[in-house]
Design a protein around this ligand. Structure first.
Ligand code: AKG
Length: 240
């Protein structure tokens, strides 16, 4: 990841990278337009956010049915920008094959969790629409399900609109991440925000807070198990 050295979030060791203005305002508008014009069934309404899954949801065995991502999720994010960074060069499919699109209204969020074994341990997040703070928690033993989670975030990452955040290595396997359900993100500054020095426009946050607006994330991942359509048809018809 040497091309990424300038984007390394030093306080997160070699586990995270942040690039402001990864996409342009025009590209952000086009993405918002695409995301908001999909047929309504494409959205899954969850209790605290809504979600699109591309190209499809994983099976119970964490397998992805092989299918290309739509062109608007590939260009320009994957081709040429992620390719130029080389961040998926060592992943099994040498590129992302799965994208989750999460939309959060003010007051919404996502419980602390880990992304788990379905994916190569690398998540690339493009943020659009508005800023948001991602909280990173120490697992302190058993993780989310065990109820052992220390509810004070160990790190806080401010994601500006149009930015790219890459999380990998220890941050993927040894920490949980989540977004607090709140209307305002506060205590913004060099002390509390671990990527403060890398922000594109820290002045916007000089008051130390902002009120949340609708924020959308596109998280790109490489699903480890992929089934070809022919194989899955054989699987479905076996035993008939
Ligand atoms: O919206 C985000 O930035 C976080 C999304 C997330 O944690 C997930 O999809 O697992």
């Amino acid at each position: 990841m040497s091309a990424l050295e300038a984007a390394r979030i030093a306080r997160l060791s070699d586990s995270a990278y942040y690039i402001p203005d990864f996409i342009t305002e025009d590209e952000e508008s086009k993405l918002l337009q695409k995301i908001n014009s999909v047929p309504p069934p494409r959205w899954t309404q969850l209790s605290h956010r809504r979600l699109q899954t591309w190209p499809s949801t994983l099976s119970k065995s964490n397998t992805l049915l092989s299918a290309p991502l739509p062109a608007w999720l590939q260009d320009p994010i994957i081709h040429p920008r992620l390719e130029a960074l080389g961040c998926f060069a060592d992943s099994p499919h040498q590129g992302p094959n799965h994208v989750l699109i999460n939309e959060y209204q003010p007051g919404q969020g996502i419980m602390p969790h880990e992304d788990g074994p379905a994916y190569y341990p690398l998540v690339v997040t493009v943020s659009i629409g508005a800023p948001i703070v991602l909280d990173i928690y120490e697992k302190s033993g058993g993780g989310e399900e065990s109820g052992c989670l220390d509810r004070t975030p160990r790190f806080r990452v401010l994601q500006e609109p149009r930015s790219l955040l890459i999380t990998t290595a220890g941050l993927y396997t040894q920490y949980l991440h989540g977004i607090e359900e709140r209307l305002r993100d506060e205590e913004l500054g060099r002390e509390g925000i671990c990527n403060w020095e890398l922000l594109g426009n820290a002045k916007v946050y000089s008051a130390g807070f902002y009120d949340r607006k609708t924020r959308i994330s596109l998280t790109y991942r490489d699903v480890l198990k992929v089934a070809k359509v022919g194989n899955s048809m054989r699987f479905l018809t076996a035993g008939r």
